[in-house]
Design a protein around this ligand. Structure first.
Ligand SMILES: [Zn+2]
Length: 126
């Protein structure tokens, strides 16, 4: 344990701390407030996901699994893989229900169907 270290994402104080860029260096992220300390597990689960996106989905995921997540060895690749899978499943489940594009797609589909129905009705009229 490093003095003063607590994972930015899960709050654990054990395991090997890693540095993470909120905004990736490749996207113009610099130093200072852009650098956060994260456990290896959170860092690897976040991967290349955008910071805001990751945090907004990881917080409810963590709330559901907090005790088990914090009890897992954050340096164990086997454990990291297990939690990566769990988070991917969580993300998939959540995005299926509330993907911002879903209602839009549905609306577009409905309006296409309606247009087709109207066209058909017009043709059927004598
Ligand atoms: Zn963490």
């Amino acid at each position: 344990m490093t003095f003063g270290y607590a994972c930015h994402y899960c709050g654990r104080t054990d395991g090997t701390p890693t540095r993470d860029h909120k905004v990736p260096k490749s996207a113009g992220g610099g130093w200072g407030a852009n650098i956060i300390m994260s456990c290896k597990m959170c860092n690897m689960i976040k991967g290349s996901l955008k910071y805001e996106f990751f945090v907004s989905h990881f917080q409810p995921f963590l709330a559901e699994n907090k005790e088990e997540y914090l009890a897992a060895d954050a340096d164990s690749l086997k454990e990291i893989k297990r939690w990566q899978r769990a988070f991917t499943l969580h993300l998939r489940r959540h995005l299926d229900l509330s993907h911002p594009l879903r209602p839009l797609h549905r609306k577009l589909k409905e309006s296409r169907l309606q247009a087709r129905r109207l066209a058909q009705e017009n043709r059927e009229r004598p």
